[in-house]
Write a protein that binds this ligand. Structure first.
Ligand code: SF4
Length: 283
């Protein structure tokens, strides 16, 4: 039997505090490069100006250590726990919530979570965070922290297609969702598309999809081509950066597919705003 490895929750807690800090105050270098490329090829003057402002926003956030956006987001935490890992210390969920509360206090991040969806009293700690755990092989523990703004989360969508639906029907649905969303999700978008699974799995995959290594392509040729088609169609809407019009409505489309039932074809959309904030580490 393979050796087990003990990881104390203090390590997990410290890592999450650090990841929240990194994600909140600076774009991924690849995301910034994408904005520069979009600015250089954009035809509309106001869209170029808007992209310049987003690049400047990244400069200021980094230099002055202020958040990239006033909405510092819900904290979504993805853990990949190796089967040989033994977690010691505090209860795991409590350790994660503690880390989030500590980071939001320490770095003066806006606390945006209400304890109850209808009674709406702010918890004052930006907790609870939303935790998803996958068990994997090995003795490592992967952590990804994803900060999701409310404006773009509100534009999420799920459609249960007939299993015979064509690629064009799916693309039309995605384009219509982006068009209806307009400026609300703060484009340019990083568009996560979950295809297949059950309704809930498709929604989760739409979130996981945008966490793909920046600048990387879908490993399956068929889906890489579909991503390109969707990106092209979405950019033809003319919504443009922050909805002011222009070519660059979306920066990237990321599909995550899953096996599904013979009678179903769920398609879920996670519209992530220009403030794409996530970081990961492996313990
Ligand atoms: S959608 Fe994104 S950029 Fe817009 S306000 Fe929310 S977090 Fe900020």
């Amino acid at each position: 039997m393979a050796d087990s490895r003990i990881i104390n929750t203090t390590l997990i807690r410290d890592a999450i505090v650090q990841l929240i800090h990194e994600a909140s105050f600076q774009l991924h270098p690849e995301t910034r490069t994408t904005f520069i490329q979009m600015r250089d090829t954009e035809e509309s003057g106001i869209a170029r100006q808007t992209l310049d402002t987003l690049i400047l926003n990244d400069d200021i956030a980094k230099a002055e250590q202020v958040p990239l956006c006033q909405d510092c987001g819900s904290v979504v935490v993805f853990l990949e726990i190796g089967q040989q890992v033994i977690i010691e210390g505090e209860q795991l969920n409590d350790a994660i919530h503690d880390a989030v509360a500590h980071a939001y206090e320490k770095y003066y991040l806006r606390k945006s979570i209400v304890a109850d969806p209808l009674q709406r009293v702010n918890t004052g700690t930006n907790t609870p965070s939303f935790i998803h755990i996958d068990m994997v092989q090995g003795d490592k523990l992967g952590i990804t922290v994803y900060l999701k703004g409310g404006g773009s989360e509100n534009m999420s969508s799920l459609h249960m297609f007939r299993p015979t639906a064509s690629e064009d029907e799916i693309i039309d649905y995605i384009v219509q969702t982006v068009r209806d969303a307009g400026p609300n999700p703060c484009p340019p978008l990083f568009l996560g598309v979950g295809i297949g699974g059950t309704a809930d799995v498709a929604m989760l995959n739409a979130k996981k999809a945008v966490l793909r290594k920046p600048g990387s392509f879908h490993p399956v040729d068929y889906y890489r081509k579909l991503e390109e088609k969707i990106l092209h169609a979405v950019n033809d809407t003319g919504v443009g950066p922050l909805g002011f019009g222009g070519r660059n409505t979306a920066a990237a489309v990321y599909i995550k597919e899953a096996a599904t039932h013979i009678a179903t074809l769920p398609v879920a959309l996670n519209l992530n705003c220009h403030s794409l904030r996530y970081r990961g580490t492996i313990l």
